[in-house]
Design a protein around this ligand. Sequence first.
Ligand code: FAD
Length: 545
Amino acid sequence: MSTFSRREILAAFLGVPAALAACSSSIPARLPAGEIIGASDVLGHRLRDGLRVDVPLDKWERARVVIVGGGVAGLSAAWRFLKAGFEDFTLIELEPVAGGTSRSGSSPLVPYPWGAHYLPAPTKENQPLVELVDEMGMLEGHDQFGAPVIAEQFLCRDPEERLFYKGRWYEGLYLHAGATPEDERQFDAFNEEVKRWIGWRDGKGRRAFAIPVASASNDAEVTALDRISMADWMNQRGYNSSRLRWFVDYACRDDYGLTLDQTSAWAGLFYFSSRVAKPGDESQPLMTWPEGNGHLISHLYSKSKSKVRLGHAVVEVIPTASNGKNGVDIVMVDANAKNASGIHADRVIFAAPHFLTRFMIRDYRDNPPNHVAEFQYGAWMVANLFLKDRPRSRGFPLSWDNVLYESPALGYVVATHQRGLDRGPTVFTYYYPLCDEDPRAARARLLSTDWRGWADVTLSDLERAHPEIRDLTERLDVMRWGHAMIRPRPGFIWGSARAAAALPFRGIHFANTDLSGVPLFEEAFYHGLRAADEVLLTLGQNRER
Ligand SMILES: Cc1cc2nc3c(=O)[nH]c(=O)nc-3n(C[C@H](O)[C@H](O)[C@H](O)COP(=O)(O)OP(=O)(O)OC[C@H]3O[C@@H](n4cnc5c(N)ncnc54)[C@H](O)[C@@H]3O)c2cc1C
C-alpha cells in the first residue's frame, strides 16, 4: 500500500493542476480490475543482493555456449547460431516468457505490447535485418535503387499519429495549430539542419548518424555533439519556440526516456536523422503489429525454442581456465530460487543488461571495471487498458499513436489499429517514462507506487482527453520496468565505457542494446549477431584477453 494520498500521487506524476482537477469531485474515483505484471523484480533484487547457491554435483551439464538473456539480443544470437548450423548452445531466460523489453501479452480480442512497439523499415545497408524481415514474409521486393519494399499490411496504417491540445486532437506530432510565423520558421530551420546531417558523410563515406550505431562516423565534428545536451544544442542555435522545443523534447522522452536537457545532442540528432535514407526523403515507414515488437520476438523464439530455458535466473558466471583454455561455468536457479543447476561451457554470450555484469560475473563482483558504472538506465511504467468501447474524440480521429501535449507521459498506442478494427472493444498501451535527473530516484518512485497509484495516474491523465475512459476501462494491468532502457546522456555514446564494455572478457562475449547507447531493436539485433559471430570465430582458438 502506498503511504501517499491520492492527490499527492497524482501531483507527483501529473503535476498539481492535473491533481487538483482530478480530485475536485467528492465521488471517489473508480478503479477497474487489474494487477502488476512481471518482471521478476523479487528474484532480480535477490541477485543484486548477492544471492549465491551451491550446485549439486549431479546437476551440472555441458554446452559449448550459453546465452544469458532471452531478449532481442539473446534471441538474435541464437538465430545467428542456427543459421550457421551451430546447435550446441542453451539460452537461459529469467522470465517465464521470452522477449525482455520487447515482450507482449495476449487477450481474447488482440495481443498487445508491454514495451517496444515498432521497428522502422530497414534500409538496404542493414542486410541482416532485411534478411530477417524477408524470412518473416514481410519483404515484398526491392525498388529500382535496391531499397527493400515492405508489404503494405506490415506498415503502420493511417492515421498514424495525433496530438491532443486544449480540448481537441490534431493530426501529427508537431503542433501547427496556433503556431506563429516565428514558430514555423524555427521548425523549418530545424528540419533543414537535420537534412544537412542526413546528407553528411565523412572521409570514409560514413553517415553521421547510422543504424547500427557501429556503422556511424566517429569524426570529431560529429562526436563533439555527444559532449553537449540537446537543449544546449538548441540554445546555441536560438531555437526557443516552445512548440519546437516540445516536439524535440517529446522525441527524446519517447525514444530514450530523457528530457531535452538530459539527452546527448548526438542522440537527439540521431533520432531525427538515422531513419531517413537521403536528404529530402521521408523517414523510413514504421512497421508495427498489434503486439508491437512481440511479433518479432515470436518469430525469433519459434526458431530457437528447443534451446531456450525460460524461468531460470543465471546467478553467477564464473570464468575458468584449464590447460591454457578459457571456459565459463554458469550457475542458475529456477523461478522460486530453490533448485540450482549449472552448465560447463566454453563461451558465454552475456545478453542481459550490462549493469548486471557486476552482480553476476565473478571477477567483476569484487572489482568491477570502471566502465560498468557508466551504464545508467531509465525507469518506465507501461499500462495496458482493456476497453469495452472507444472513447469519443473531438478533432482528428483515433490513430495508432495518440499523444497528449500537456502530459508528462507519452500517450498511448492502439492494439487493434493494425487489424483495421475501428469500432468496439480495444486495448490501449500507455507509456510513462520517469525522467528524474537521478535514475535511482526514478526507480524508487516507480517501485514505491503500487497498482492503485499507477492505475489512477494513467486514468486521470487520459481523462483530460477522454472524460469517459474510467467507465470504458474494464481492466488495467501495469508493468514497472525498473531498468527499462539505457540513458544516452551527454558523454556516454562517444565516451570510453561503451567500447570497453563490448570487448570480450575471459570467454564471455557481450551483447544487449545498451552497448550501442540507444535502446532499439536494430541495435540489440546487431549486438546479438556480432557476439554470435565473435564466438563462432574464436571457439577453440582462445584469442581473447
Ligand atoms: C517501454 C519500452 C518501450 C520501448 N519501445 C521500443 C520501440 O518501440 N522500438 C524499439 O526498437 N525499441 C524499443 N524499446 C527498446 C528495447 O529495449 C529494445 O528494442 C530491445 O528489446 C532490447 O533488447 P535486449 O535483448 O538488448 O535487452 P532486454 O530486453 O533488456 O533483454 C535482456 C533479457 O535478459 C534477461 N535477464 C536479465 N537478467 C537475467 C538473469 N540473471 N538470467 C537470465 N536472464 C536474465 C531479461 O529478463 C531479458 O529478457 C523499448 C523499451 C521499453 C522498456
